[in-house]
Design a protein around this ligand. Structure first.
Ligand code: GLN
Length: 242
């Protein structure tokens, strides 16, 4: 991390920000400030270049066409790939997750290359879109509480040997492969299908990103009253019998 300030880069708010994914940037900032950390948020529109000096990069979800445009621009820009090579911390949500992988199917029905930062590839699901609330148990190696979120995607994401599933669903579809996996991760790069926004529903994930950025094992405690209320409400709604 740079000495003066933690740099949180929100990639392409103009193309990739569905279902309140902006909240992810707000929550990372807020969780940092709660620990009296100096934090700078850098919103990078798709006509701007992605800085390589960020600490945490956030990429949200998007409709199929903006997703293709975002992938094209990110491939040409190379800033995010170079940042990843330098060990940057990256969280991609839904379309952002798919773009981090090797390829996905674009709005023209063609295979569109991603950035190859996660060993995953996405096909178009033949069945109904995966839509609804999700609960998932996180990879125990990450030591995080149950994930809650909202998914809405047609893509089905397949995991290669170079990643681990981020979580296993207990409700909802996750990667859509039918094997119960949700998201993927390796080192400091994470992908998930969960909106909500995911960091508002799961502040422990925001804290994990901060810990990785600061290279610490623990952070000072910070109030989670509102997050806990949101989690309890959504978890109850997801587990309640129909
Ligand atoms: N367009 C992608 C899909 O449908 C991602 C959707 C999203 O980001 N919500 O699979």
């Amino acid at each position: 991390m740079s000495e003066s300030s933690l740099r949180v880069v929100w990639v392409y708010p103009d193309l990739l920000s569905t279902y309140g994914d902006r909240g992810n940037a707000l929550v990372v900032e807020r969780r940092a400030r709660q620990r009296h950390l100096n934090v700078t948020r850098i919103d990078v529109r798709s006509d701007q270049s992605v800085p390589t000096s960020g600490d945490i990069y956030l990429i949200g979800g998007g409709e199929d066409r903006p997703q293709r445009l975002a992938a094209e621009r990110l491939r040409n820009d190379t800033g995010l790939v170079r940042a990843a090579e330098n060990g940057a911390i990256i969280l991609g949500v839904c379309a952002g997750f798919q773009i981090l992988g090797h390829e996905f199917v674009n709005d023209l029905g063609q295979r569109e290359p991603g950035l190859g930062l996660l060993d995953v590839w996405t096909t178009r699901g033949e069945g109904e879109r995966c839509v609804g609330d999700v609960l998932a148990d996180v990879d125990p190696q990450l030591g995080l509480p149950q994930l809650t979120g909202f998914e809405n995607h047609q893509g089905v994401t397949h995991l290669g040997q170079g990643v681990k599933p981020l979580a296993r669903v207990t409700a909802g579809r996750g990667n859509g492969t039918g094997d119960g996996t949700e998201g993927a991760w390796r080192d400091t790069v994470f992908g998930t299908y969960l909106h909500g926004p995911v960091l508002a529903r799961n502040p422990a994930v925001a804290d994990m990103l901060l810990k990785l950025a600061l290279d610490v094992n623990a952070l000072p405690p910070a109030d989670t009253t509102w997050y806990d209320a949101l989690r309890a409400e959504r978890i109850a709604a997801t587990t309640r019998p129909a």
